[in-house]
Design a protein around this ligand. Structure first.
Ligand code: SF4
Length: 238
């Protein structure tokens, strides 16, 4: 039976975080050892599965190119071959080179200097790089550079649309992405600001967890930790 007071979408999204924590526990997530590996992973994972990324990262590790210095010195042609397992290598290899060139020319070749840039300016700069869309920029900001920005990836989009927290965004467009970012920021607005980086980090990882277990291309709602929230939707999820 529905409770009398209908929670807002923001309250529901915040509560979904708590339900996921209760179901899956802390995730402490991003499968990489260094901040620069996170950057590499954020580029390489575009339009491909993480298993393929791991093959590219193993190739890069074998030639010492998992560091800024290593990637700087590897020739572009060789880099294309090394990242081929994760697909789109003719686009991803130059994009990685462009990231390192930006780092060298504008941030003294240092991720720490890059990370010290204010969040909005930094996001704007990353989005101006070739091969960097909002999801890649936010993954770098959050997981490599420690900035408090939410990730609005495909998993969160599916959940939010199926729970009717946002309007469906045809073709994963930029407006849809940004509205999901805003919704998440607002849902956590009452939480202490200093905890936002950790909350956004965990929330993204938890969305991936529930996405893999239940909310993939087909929704498997029975037994899903978020099924209780469906009481507030007007129709069943597709
Ligand atoms: S599987 Fe069903 S209950 Fe779970 S998140 Fe997806 S739509 Fe919601």
């Amino acid at each position: 039976m529905k409770s009398s007071r209908r929670p807002s979408p923001l309250q529901r999204l915040r509560r979904m975080h708590d339900q996921l924590v209760a179901a899956y526990g802390p995730q402490s997530w991003w499968p990489a050892e260094t901040s620069f590996e996170v950057v590499l992973g954020a580029y390489l994972t575009q339009n491909t599965a993480w298993k393929a990324v791991e093959k590219s990262l193993a190739n890069l590790r074998a030639v010492g190119a998992l560091t800024i210095a290593g990637l700087r010195s590897v020739p572009l042609e060789e880099l294309r071959v090394l990242v081929r397992p994760s697909g789109f290598s003719t686009r991803k290899a130059p994009a990685l080179k462009a990231f390192v060139a930006m780092l060298d020319e504008e941030f003294s070749g240092s991720l720490d200097v890059l990370a010290a840039t204010p969040t909005l300016a930094l996001r704007h700069r990353l989005l101006a790089l070739p091969g960097v869309g909002p999801e890649t920029a936010d993954a770098i900001l959050l997981y490599a550079l420690g900035h408090a920005v939410p990730m609005a990836d495909e998993y969160l989009r599916r959940i939010a649309e199926r729970h009717q927290l946002v309007e469906p965004a045809p073709g994963r467009n930029r407006r849809g992405y940004e509205s999901l970012v805003r919704l998440t920021q607002q849902a956590f607005a009452a939480d202490p600001v200093e905890g936002h980086t950790q909350l956004f980090n965990e929330f993204h990882a938890l969305n991936v967890a529930v996405g893999k277990a239940h909310c993939g291309r087909t929704a498997r709602c029975i037994g899903c930790p978020l099924a209780d929230d469906l009481q507030w939707t007007k129709s069943d999820p597709i």
